[in-house]
Design a protein around this ligand. Structure first.
Ligand code: PLP
Length: 378
């Protein structure tokens, strides 16, 4: 029986930044010495570099991922493409931050079931949830797996339904089929995309940060104004906007880390492949490796009907795990009782069986050890 006296935390953000800590300190010093803390060269250059990386022509650095989603929806309202009461379809098992801006803007979220194969929106069922009030579909690339079906999305697009990507978890992922503008990269598949640089994300800042990506320059300029009090130039407010800017210091940190992202995503894919090769237990279902697409493994999520026992077993051997997400949005106290569709049962059942294994900071040896611990669980 393999025993471990080592401790493997689920995630260690010090470790995540260790490789580039010297360059992060240099970047901070550069910003401090520049005296420019908002709206300077770091943000401008980061926006260009990120647009290039994501294959999307327009990029706006913003305060965080939730605000990025809110800015996109609000900009569409500002330009008449969305109106209050319009329905936005979104997978019911997403993180609640996808849904909060929909509610805040008095749009109406419609919670559609996830596919039990890849945890993303079930494209075989999404059209059942369309009504005359449907104006947008939010594609959440959950756990780093691309959420895309070229045929269904083309039909939605042709009906004038807006496609917004919540790309908080999947920067650098590729869908198996091209998006509406021809790119396969998540963040460039639909009409507009939100990215989060929350410190735990694959590209994490050292604080909050986010970005909006779009192919639509008009949407981009509306968002740029909305994020800066609604001003299109100094002291000229065309919208009742917000303050949702990205800090120069976070942009400088992200410019250090963006060139390392492909290697980070590849390393995660290697750990995921090891788990996939080694984990063999009748009580455990491994996540699907999607053929033709590139997943970036923000999380490696297994399922087990005996999830809590398995979690305790790993914990007892020093292995930290997490659950994404233990309580689905529609059962949170702020939303409880507001959603009733019978298909929500599927999301609830999934939430009771999910378990996220360490993937961010572990090496091959540790992936072997964790796999062995899972295999001996009975
Ligand atoms: C992290 C996350 C967000 C929110 O991003 P913040 O930067 O924390 O505001 C939204 N949606 C999903 C799917 C996320 O994982």
């Amino acid at each position: 029986m393999p025993t471990s006296n080592q401790h493997i935390p689920f995630l260690d953000l010090r470790e995540s930044n260790a490789e580039c800590s010297g360059r992060l300190i240099e970047a901070a010093a550069r910003v401090i010495e520049s005296g420019r803390f908002l709206g300077g060269d770091e943000t401008r250059l980061f926006e260009q570099e990120l647009a290039g990386f994501c294959g999307s022509p327009c990029c706006i650095g913003v305060s965080n991922g939730l605000d990025a989603i809110r800015l996109i929806l609000r900009a569409w309202m500002q330009t008449g493409r969305l109106n209050s009461g319009d329905e936005v379809i979104v997978a019911a098992n997403t993180y609640i931050a996808s849904i909060l801006p929909i509610i805040e803007l008095r749009l109406s979220p419609v919670l559609a079931p996830p596919s039990p194969v890849d945890f993303n929106l079930d494209f075989s069922r999404v059209e059942e949830f369309i009504t005359p009030a449907t104006r947008a579909v939010m594609l959440v690339h959950l756990y780093g797996s691309p959420c895309w079906d070229a045929e269904v999305c083309r039909r939605l697009h042709d009906r004038g339904i807006l496609l917004i990507e919540d790309n908080a978890q999947a920067i650098g992922a590729h869908a198996s089929a091209p998006g509406i503008y021809g790119s396969h990269l998540t963040g460039a598949l639909g009409d507009a995309a939100a990215i989060s640089f929350y410190p735990t994300k694959n590209l994490g800042a050292l604080g909050d940060g986010g970005a909006v990506l779009t192919h639509d320059p008009e949407l981009a300029s509306t968002i740029r104004a909305l994020a800066n009090y609604g001003a299109d130039r100094r002291y000229h407010n065309i919208h009742t906007g917000y303050n949702n800017r990205l800090d120069e210091i976070q942009a400088a940190f992200l410019r250090v880390k963006l060139p390392m992202l492909d290697a980070e995503n590849a390393r995660r894919a290697q750990i995921a492949a090891t788990y996939d090769r080694l984990i063999r237990n009748p009580f455990v279902k491994r996540p699907a490796i999607l053929s033709g697409s590139r997943q970036v493994w923000h999380q490696y999520v297994i399922r087990s009907p005996r999830r809590d026992e398995l979690r305790n077993h790993l914990e007892a051997h020093g292995v930290g795990t997490d659950i994404h997400y233990a309580v689905p949005p529609h059962l949170q106290p702020c939303l409880k009782g507001k959603f009733h569709h019978p298909s929500l049962r599927l999301t609830e059942q999934m939430a009771d069986t999910l378990l996220s294994l360490p993937i961010a900071n572990i090496n091959e040896t540790q992936a072997h050890l964790i796999s062995n611990l899972i295999n001996e669980f009975n």
